[in-house]
Design a protein. Structure first.
Length: 485
């Protein structure tokens, strides 16, 4: 009889294999979901650095902004949070990585984000728009796991020193405010002080400094080419009566007037009734709070656009983090102001009255000097050779007097090079033209006096605009500095 074949007994039952496979698949899907939900999360395991997580959020007008959250690894209790609001310019987050990492290591979750490029340019600034972006970043940080939503504040540097207080004054969601190198003056006055400080450091002396900080600044303002020129920080500071404030300036800040700004912050916050306003100066620190020898260089630190940012000044990070932790613990320090270091020079206000005259007067001067060669087309009356020189020199001098200080204001102190002694070569050339103009005008006047009996009415009518422009040029040239040393 045939042998009955017994089916072999499998080493592992098929149902068990299926269950194990399903479990492995479930674990893989869970890991994938974690990675997708936390994109960019990473930590520097080599030095125990902070955990970094790339985030995106909608700023003002729904614009998508990108940033990075830095937090201490292994933190158990909810951390206070800090949103960094950068200074002027493109403002990529990498510029403030040193601050973000230092604050995060001290247990403060820190969000730094790329500044908007839509609605922000060299000729257009809307601090209200930037403040709304900062508040959107605050809301994002408040909603993150591991962050104490009741203790999220703002840190504003330089231009951010106008933006962050404005944002804090608009929302109770901002628990505290830290400013670094915030100016107490409007942007136009601040930039005028900055430029003249840089010019003096370069070795420039004389009337060009006054022309840049005075008439050139007024002319840009009158033309609407300097963004947010008249933003006044005082009304904003007056609204910060409940928000704890830590205001810091580098002892060697050469871009905003530190002593004046600290006095303005102290007076404004005291008048507002703020009992938790702490004002400090960072020894050995430049405008950005980083190490410097004189305020114009940076010592150490990573490179940014080919130049060192400088290491954080000693005590900078500790001052900020200890103050934030005290505020978050419910022990906001009482108001106090440290003695201010010496300031390189006082700032001067930029007058805004009769701004139309800043453009009208040079336009009339150009018209007056151009009238003589233009009327030559009509060939009315005899030509006067000195008058030709007066007209030509007048046109060149007025254009040079206006355009060169404007170029320095727009391009920076580098446009003042090269120098002869302490005077820029171009400015010396414009001053030489001005002296030549006065000499030519004098010769023209003497010639007219000698020939007064031989000239007809047409000649005198041609010379009249030239004479008026030459006379008006003297006080105008003194005001612009082209007729001063």
């Amino acid at each position: 009889m045939p042998l009955a074949l017994t089916p072999p007994v499998p080493l592992i039952s098929l149902p068990r294999v299926r269950r194990a496979a399903l479990r492995a698949l479930a674990v893989a899907w869970a890991a994938l979901l974690v990675l997708c939900c936390a994109p960019g999360a990473r930590a520097d395991a080599k030095d125990g650095g902070p955990v970094r997580a790339d985030v995106s959020f909608r700023g003002a007008g729904g614009l998508l902004l990108h940033g990075t959250v830095y937090s201490a690894p292994g933190a158990r209790a909810p951390q206070p949070g800090l949103v960094l609001v950068g200074g002027s310019g493109a403002g990529p987050r990498q510029e403030y990585q040193q601050e973000a990492e230092a604050f995060a290591r001290a247990g403060i979750a820190t969000l730094v984000y790329d500044k908007r490029t839509v609605g922000y340019s060299r000729t257009h600034r809307d601090f209200g728009l930037l403040a709304d972006d900062a508040l959107a970043a605050v809301r994002l940080l408040r909603e993150r796991q591991g962050v104490d939503p009741h203790h999220v504040g703002l840190w504003g540097f330089s231009e951010g020193g106008w933006v962050a207080p404005l944002a804090a004054s608009r929302s109770s969601e901002v628990a505290f405010l830290v400013t670094v190198a915030a100016s107490g003056h409007p942007p136009l006055r601040t930039q005028a002080w900055n430029l003249t400080t840089q010019l003096r450091h370069r070795g420039v002396a004389g009337s060009l400094n006054g022309a840049v900080a005075g008439p050139a600044a007024q002319l840009l303002d009158a033309a609407g080419l300097f963004p947010a020129a008249d933003h006044d920080p005082l009304p904003v500071l007056h609204r910060l009566h409940r928000t704890p404030v830590l205001a810091l300036w580098g002892a060697y800040d050469m871009q905003v007037p530190p002593r004046e700004s600290a006095e303005i912050f102290h007076d404004a916050l005291a008048r507002a009734g703020n009992r938790h306003a702490v004002i400090r100066f960072l020894p050995g620190a430049a405008h950005n709070g980083h190490r410097t020898s004189d305020g114009f260089d940076r010592i150490g630190g990573p490179l940014y656009h080919g130049h060192p940012l400088g290491e954080l000044a000693p005590g900078y990070a500790r001052t900020v983090t200890s103050w934030v932790r005290a505020v978050s613990a419910g022990h906001a320090p009482a108001s106090s102001t440290a003695p201010a270091p010496a300031q390189s020079a006082l700032s001067t206000p930029v007058p805004r009255n009769h701004a139309w005259a800043v453009w009208l007067v040079p336009a009339l001067l150009l018209l007056g000097f151009a009238a003589y060669p233009l009327t030559a087309v009509l060939r009315r009356g005899p030509a006067v050779r000195p008058a030709r020189w007066t007209a030509c020199l007048g046109l060149l001098t007025v254009l040079g007097t206006v355009l060169y200080p404007l170029a320095v204001f727009i391009a920076g102190d580098g446009a003042a090079a090269p120098l002869v002694g302490s005077r820029p070569v171009v400015w010396l050339a414009v001053q030489a033209l001005a002296l030549g103009l006065l000499a030519a005008a004098g010769v023209t006047a003497a010639t007219a006096w000698r020939r007064r009996g031989t000239w007809g009415r047409a000649t005198w009518l041609r010379l009249a605009p030239l004479a008026l422009a030459s006379a008006a040029f003297v006080p105008w040239g003194i005001w612009w500095g082209v007729l001063r040393p």
